[in-house]
Design a protein around this ligand. Structure first.
Ligand SMILES: Nc1ncnc2c1ncn2[C@@H]1O[C@H](COP(=O)(O)OP(=O)(O)OP(=O)(O)O)[C@@H](O)[C@H]1O
Length: 718
């Protein structure tokens, strides 16, 4: 039998939180279940920023319009006519109420005010690399030679921000941007109340750039966007990027279908994500949004055949992954055969006899699709390429795989979007280079490339709190685990972690070893070892997906993982993340900690360190300090104690690269501390049983002393 989690905070979870856990499972919930479990319950406000003082918000609504805003009609006419209130009501929080009515475009100064108050910045990227440099930080000053005149200080030349129409309410998707009723209804079922910043800033621009920029004073830009845009999109973790690109992709397909009278399922969009877990999650979310629209979304699997044409090119070698997690497809067990969940038809043009999977959208990892393309096939019908976690997909380690997919999308009208919580200027340069070389090789017309950034680049979401704690002893990080579960009374470093939570380690071996160690540390009263699992790329896909499902359905409360789960994975109720091993870069820290505190909820990220980590901590500490500054947390309250921060050495450039590729040297395979513990499993189990017995006896004693027996949990004592 399943017991509820012991943490009383869990019982405070709202029904919709629990429902979200369930709906992130492998099968979309049945409609009946959705409505009976309160899927329409409102969610917390997911907006991370709204810094505009109330009086400075645009106040041009008439009283009728104003009152109209709290009731949103999902079936509003497309023309600017008064809305009818026929469908479910949508409560609009204060910040959104202050926005303009959904049927009217607002002036550029008003757009600017909204963009600024939500810390949104949109710019147009120049297509040539030289001009691009002007947009970036100035080059570092050269070392002064003797007798050289002091150079003029270089000032960064900032590109002028652009202010398109913001998406004030979801109803505008229909009234202003022609999104289908069905798609909007599906969105409504998700119980989203207000658009997040990235949705607010980028959906209008993606869906109808001309309409979104209609009040924009830079008329030269407006003229260029008719054929659609390319977009680099940087927004904090858990801020709703997935829904943004999915709504855009589905809506584009539906609009083209009605415009061109297409009846067949034609492959229109390819969404690439770095791991199977993320690809599966995107496909599930996509299917929920596309339900009833006729748009079919399929996750790419080994053996799936897609409609393609053969290119006259030499066959390329299969690319081996050099990362154990992010590109682990080749090392995997037998995958499910093609088309398992999809109806298939035969493609007579294809030389192979394998059935062709018909879909509008394919969600894939780079290696999965590459396995099908094998460097010789092209997907000419694809018009949308979405790179989720684009910075990892375009990292030199994976660029070759991603580029092959990009090159296989030979349609000259291809539009590309790049999504992540972090993106370096090197990655942006790679994007520019790739886009311009494509224009040259295909002779296609370049689309304007925009960049939208929410908040400060490369920082953790402001609703996550951080803590770095020393956790070393001679065996490794044993003290850290004790701090986690058995804080010594009065220990100022003790952190209370609540179930469910994720623990990240550096390697598969360490994840396995920590699992062996930690499963006997979970209190027996909480069903001990049955609540914990280890997840890494060496497990079979079936095992991986079973663990994900059990975690989402609250059967498992702790997952120990490698960086396989670092990016994009959404466990809506996850509050805590533990970096048992130091993240390998500042960006890795942002993504790992971003598994907690999703959609505006609070989250906590705890990072353990030992002496062996000391030379590498600064990169992570800097990200924490920057994120805290952005969230308005004073230095005295920083999660990185000033006494520690001051003594940390800067991480050298070469070390940073090495760290990013291989992690902290002491925790690499075969190093002396890559092991977690020296105790055997037998000893650990015995110790745990003894502890459990003591606990139970103490509890019985307390219960006898206090008839009510109503205890609240205050951490686990030794
Ligand atoms: N407008 C909204 N209101 C409330 N919740 C939302 C809204 N949009 C998305 N969400 C929810 O926010 C959570 C995080 O969304 P999502 O997974 O898209 O984040 P993300 O920005 O892609 O994060 P990451 O960078 O980690 O990949 C999801 O549970 C999603 O259902």
């Amino acid at each position: 039998m399943l017991h509820p989690p012991f943490d009383p905070q869990i019982s405070q979870l709202t029904m919709e939180d629990i429902l979200k856990v369930l709906t992130r499972g492998n099968k979309p919930l049945r409609r009946k279940l959705l409505s009976s479990r309160g899927a329409l319950t409102a969610k917390p406000n997911p907006q991370l920023y709204d810094t505009a003082p109330a009086q400075s918000q645009p106040q041009t609504l008439s009283p009728e319009q104003d009152s109209d805003l709290s009731d949103v009609d999902f079936f509003a006419p497309k023309s600017p006519e008064p809305q009818k209130h026929t469908e479910a009501k949508e409560a609009v929080p204060k910040s959104a109420e202050q926005y303009q009515p959904s049927l009217k475009r607002i002036s550029e100064p008003e757009c600017r005010q909204i963009f600024r108050s939500h810390r949104l910045e949109l710019t147009l990227k120049p297509m040539d690399a030289e001009a691009e440099n002007e947009d970036e930080e100035p080059p570092r000053k050269k070392r002064k030679k003797k007798n050289e005149m002091k150079p003029e200080p270089l000032k960064p030349i900032k590109k002028k921000p652009i202010y398109p129409q913001p998406l004030s309410t979801f109803s505008e998707l229909r009234s202003l941007y022609n999104v289908s009723r069905r798609l909007l209804k599906n969105l409504h079922k998700q119980a989203y109340k207000v658009p997040t910043e990235i949705q607010l800033g980028s959906l209008p621009l993606l869906l109808d750039p001309s309409a979104a920029l209609s009040e924009c004073s830079a008329t030269d830009i407006v003229d260029k966007v008719n054929g659609g845009i390319d977009l680099i999109s940087m927004a904090p973790t858990g801020s709703g990027k997935t829904m943004t690109f999915l709504v855009h992709a589905i809506s584009q397909i539906l609009q083209r279908r009605s415009r061109e009278g297409i009846k067949d399922l034609e492959l229109d969009a390819v969404i690439v994500a770095p791991t199977r877990e993320l690809a599966t999650q995107i496909a599930i979310e996509g299917r929920k949004l596309a339900a009833g629209t006729g748009v079919k979304i399929v996750r790419m699997k080994k053996g799936v055949q897609l409609p393609s044409v053969e290119l006259q090119m030499p066959s390329n070698e299969e690319v081996e992954s050099n990362d154990e997690d992010l590109g682990s497809e080749t090392s995997e067990e037998e995958d499910e055969a093609s088309g398992g969940e999809d109806k298939t038809t035969m493609n007579k043009k294809d030389s192979s006899t394998a059935p062709i999977t018909k879909a509008n959208v394919i969600v894939t990892t780079p290696l999965m699709l590459q396995g099908f393309l094998k460097g010789r096939k092209a997907l000419p019908s694809v018009r949308q390429l979405v790179l989720d976690e684009a910075d990892v997909l375009l990292d030199p380690l994976f660029l070759e795989q991603t580029a092959k997919i990009w090159d296989a999308c030979t349609n000259t009208g291809l539009r590309v979007s790049f999504w992540s919580g972090t993106m370096s200027s090197t990655i942006e340069a790679t994007i520019l280079e790739k886009l311009s070389s494509r224009v040259k090789s295909l002779g296609s017309k370049p689309a304007p490339l925009f960049r939208i950034v929410v908040g400060q680049r490369d920082t953790a979401a402001p609703n996550i709190s951080h803590k770095i704690i020393y956790a070393g002893n001679e065996h490794g990080k044993i003290i850290g685990l004790r701090q986690l579960f058995r804080p010594t009374p009065g220990d100022k470093d003790a952190v209370r972690i609540t179930y469910p939570f994720l623990i990240f380690t550096q390697t598969i071996d360490r994840a396995k070893a920590l699992y062996e160690e930690f499963r006997y540390d979970l209190p027996l009263a909480d069903d001990g070892s049955s609540r914990i699992a280890v997840l890494h790329s060496a497990l079979s896909e079936t095992a991986r997906s079973a663990i994900m499902t059990r975690f989402r359905s609250n059967e498992i409360w702790v997952i120990i993982s490698t960086d396989l789960l670092m990016r994009g994975i959404d466990f809506p109720t996850l509050k805590s993340v533990v970096n048992y091993d130091l993240p390998q870069s500042g960006a890795a820290y942002v993504h790992r900690s971003g598994r907690a505190g999703r959609a505006g909820r609070d989250g906590i990220a705890v990072t353990f360190w030992t002496q062996e980590d000391r030379p590498y901590i600064k990169a992570v500490a800097n990200v924490i300090r920057l994120s805290e500054k952005q969230a308005g947390i004073p230095i005295e309250k920083s999660g990185v104690a000033e006494s520690l921060y001051r003594t940390l050495p800067e991480v050298k450039k070469g070390d940073r690269r090495e760290l990013r590729a291989k992690g902290v040297p002491a925790r690499r395979p075969q190093s002396h501390t890559s092991k977690i513990t020296t105790k055997s499993g037998y000893d650990k189990r015995k110790e745990n049983n003894r502890r459990g017995a003591i606990e139970a006896s103490k509890r019985r004693k307390r219960e006898r002393a206090n008839d009510s027996g109503d205890e609240s949990w205050g951490g686990i004592d030794d």
